[in-house]
Design a protein around this ligand. Sequence first.
Ligand code: BV8
Length: 250
Amino acid sequence: MAVSFERGRLELPVSIRERIQAAKTASVLTGSGVSAESGVPTFRGADGVWSKYDWRVLATREGFRKDPRLVWEWYQLRQIEIAKAKPNAAHETIADMERHFGSFAVLTQNIDGLHARAGSKRIVELHGNIWRMRCERDGTVITTDEPVKKIPPLCQCGAILRPDVVWFGEQLPETAAKEASEVARTSDVMFVVGTSAVVYPAAALPIIAKNSGGLVVEVNTEPTDISAHADLSVIGRAGEVMPVLWQLIA
Ligand code: BV8
């Protein structure tokens, strides 16, 4: 069922509200759309990142091997942008929601760290984190809180460090993938916020939740590939919808 969020008003069906209020376990799957109102660009859609940059060059291991400097320049640019961004009302509402349910997890495809900055505690980072870099030779992992200075950054073993993110064609971190599937299987309700649901295996998580008997509530500015599977699909901006939706429930 699709409902639109007009002039700050949301018609939440009683059956949906009651199922969420009765939920013991809950999860939120987020994509770049949840950070859009914080000024972080999304990937797809009209002026998305992939309409300007070639993912084969910038978001694959082959691209990094070919030109680590270029890839680091792109991640440095994004670090500078993300450093200026602040969590928005959607991130803050999701942090509030965690305190309400017995068991709660944020499953994010985002690498911007904004959920943690908003106060969320249990976060499964499916695609890594832009503030971490790692050495593929000796396993060193370095966390920074400011944009990388020297490009490309070197490990003390001499090898070039890479961003600790998941590129296309790379497996998700095993622990994150396992935990996310377990969370999806056991969620009485999964909120799916700001993702186009085209990138797998993350996009399969709402289907796993649905097939396991969970309620799926989507919040997006437009319909997506999983809208047909959602019990409720709210068309609106996450930063505006999430606080109102949560107020109707909590
Ligand atoms: C894997 C890096 C096993 C981090 C990203 C061919 C070769 C190799 C692999 C594949 C292949 N074909 C298919 C695959 C699998 C591939 C895949 O799914 N491709 C898709 C595109 C078809 N997946 C993978 O490669 C994954 N690994 O499968 O390993 C394997 C191994 C070998 C071979 C095969 C398989 C790894 C995927 C991770 C890729 N990493 N980025 C970074 O730099 O950020 S991709 C990128 O997409 C980000 O991670 C991002 O998080 C992710 C998903 O995008 P979204 O977050 O959903 O963002 P998007 O812009 O798409 O959508 C935003 C949504 O928000 C929109 O719906 C919009 O309407 C909405 N919105 C906008 N504003 C708002 C809003 N909603 C609410 N409020 C708003 N204000």
